[in-house]
Design a protein around this ligand. Structure first.
Ligand SMILES: [Zn+2]
Length: 267
């Protein structure tokens, strides 16, 4: 009896596995066909106008990179859901294009990069939002739960949360080293390959001991994930200063992203 049940269970599991595999394959094929359609469609002029206004680097991108960015933006807007939160009436096209444009800069260096497979939704608040923070207090031996005001948050569960006021500030102050969209989406990109992990580890050690660091945000000293995210911000927002102060880090990021933002900066 047990044997029959086990066999029955085995057959059921095999059938369920085959069905799931077929469904996955079907979804993947459908997604590939949809992506081919997006690639074939022209980039809407209204979207290009938004990017010119809200993404200062967009008009300065080399042609090939701009085309790849636009292809990724089309996929991003078709596949991710945008949700207005905290009293924001809606996420309109201009807002969604702005967020997609900045995020997709991370993917524009490589042909055929997957468009943030770990992100399904983008939640947008009008201003800073509060988020739960749990920290273990070693002095009392308890976990302390509190709230903290945030401009952005990346959840491993598949979402990115952004404060629209911070996204706008990013665009107004382009070149100040901060870009909340790049920061949060960098958390959904795994740094790997070549000597990048070793260079990042060394950079984090140096940031923790160097009181005079002027290019990389001290926020990155918290841990490896935050050091990665602030390094990405500096790489795209003030590339020449980063290249000058931390040439090895710049070169490792240049190789990883297959992009050279220092060449796009105005002299
Ligand atoms: Zn972060």
């Amino acid at each position: 009896m047990m044997g029959a049940l086990a066999w029955g269970g085995g057959i059921f599991l095999a059938a369920a596995g085959a069905w799931l595999g077929w469904r996955w394959g079907q979804r993947n094929r459908r997604r590939k066909r949809a992506r081919a359609r997006f690639h074939a469609a022209a980039f809407p002029r209204a979207w290009a106008a938004v990017l010119r206004r809200r993404m200062p680097v967009y008009p300065r991108l080399p042609e090939e990179i701009r085309q790849r960015l636009e292809a990724q933006v089309k996929v991003f807007l078709a596949e991710k859901t945008f949700t207005a939160c905290g009293g924001l009436p809606k996420v309109d096209d201009a807002m969604a294009v702005t967020i997609a444009g900045h995020a997709c800069l991370l993917l524009a260096g490589r042909e055929g990069a997957d468009c943030f497979p770990t992100v399904q939704s983008v939640l947008v608040y009008p201003g800073v939002f509060s988020s739960e923070m749990r920290t273990y207090d070693h002095t009392i031996g308890w976990e302390v739960v509190g709230t903290v005001a945030r401009e952005g948050e990346a959840s491993p569960a598949g979402s990115v949360v952004l404060a629209w006021c911070a996204v706008l500030q990013t665009n107004a102050l382009a070149g100040n080293g901060h870009n909340v969209v790049l920061h949060e989406f960098a958390h959904h990109v795994r740094p790997g390959g070549g000597n990048l992990p070793a260079v990042l580890a060394e950079g984090l050690r140096a940031l923790r001991t160097n009181e005079n660091e002027a290019v990389i945000d001290r926020y990155g000293a918290q841990n490896a994930e935050e050091f990665w995210a602030v390094s990405v911000e500096a790489f795209f927002e003030m590339p020449r200063r980063l290249r000058e102060a931390h040439p090895e880090l710049y070169r490792a990021l240049e190789e990883f992203f297959a992009l050279d933002p220092a060449a796009w900066e105005r002299v």
